[in-house]
Design a protein around this ligand. Sequence first.
Ligand SMILES: *Cc1c(COP(=O)(O)O)cnc(C)c1O
Length: 367
Amino acid sequence: MLLLTPGPVQTHPSVRAAMAEDIAPWDSAFRPFYTRLRDRIRAIAGGVEGVHVTLPLQVAGHMIMEAAIRTYVPAGGALLVPVNGQYAGRAVKLGRLAGRVVVELEVPDTRGVTAGEISAALAAHPECSHVAMIYSETGSGIVNDPAVIGPAVRAAGRRMIVDAVSAFGALPLDLSRQPEIDAVIFTSNKCLEGLPGFSFAVARIDTTEAASGNAGSWSLDLSDVLANTNTNGPGSLRFTGPVQSLRALDVALDRFDAEGGREPRLARYRANADILYRGLKALGLKPYVEEAEQGPIVVTFHQPAGFVLADFCEALKRHDVMISSYYTSTQPSFRIGAIGDVGAADMHKCIAAVGAALDELGLSQAA
Ligand SMILES: *Cc1c(COP(=O)(O)O)cnc(C)c1O
């Protein structure tokens, strides 16, 4: 089955094979392995040794986003969230239920937020100490660029949390040039092409230490993860985790290096997304976002008349392709991932499967 959900993503067999061993995180051999893995991840973020640190949590992406909000925004404090997609909406919910005040900056889910919009919103809301932003909005496929938003946040003297769950490892990020970012968060399983299991923050050491006591949670306190690192060493975990997935991630990072790193990976995803965008358009389907706003991670199309998403997904599965069985845009849509261990041939296979599925369901859009 070709997995284009996007998340979980298709992984390479050697990545999956790396999990097939029982290992103990408390073993002395594990500690140097884990320390090195954390350093490798910090380097991908452009983090600086002594300034930034990788803080792992054995949770899903939502939970490390909650951890970041709890850690950097004190209880009762306020944060600004540009909302142009469903993942931003989830950040709003995580923040509110954690007892933080969330100011929503509404933006259409068909384009990225601008620096001007961020500056204006921060000027109107001096209570917001932080901006929490979604880098790649997996809901509709558009991109908010932290390198564009960051200077506006910095100029306003505020701080930033970046949800890069569907961006990290592909879209550019250089923490060494963005001191306003307290933490960028992501998981092992999207653009890094590891298995699910762990999530990571690459965070500033100074602001994370200063945030001690904010979280109102032990499990979801990134400052406590850092305190444990300082006390027990970078090879130590606080709690038992799915450490086999760290082995898999290490193999996935070997593959990332062998591919040539972030830029070639982004180029592969961009090519995948372009093939899907044009191929599905040629089938008569209507893209959800303009080509100029279409990010390289997930491609979203309007549902044609008479379309039932569940039936479409089942029909695609009969052709060996799996896509997300729910949509996450304002208007009814379906989305196909361009990320994972997949390339042009897989995209063409997917387009053929979509064409066949539409035919079988009597929904062919051909003119
Ligand atoms: C996938 C995703 C998440 C959530 O990740 P989970 O591991 O499913 O909790 C959060 N934000 C974005 C932008 C994502 O793409």
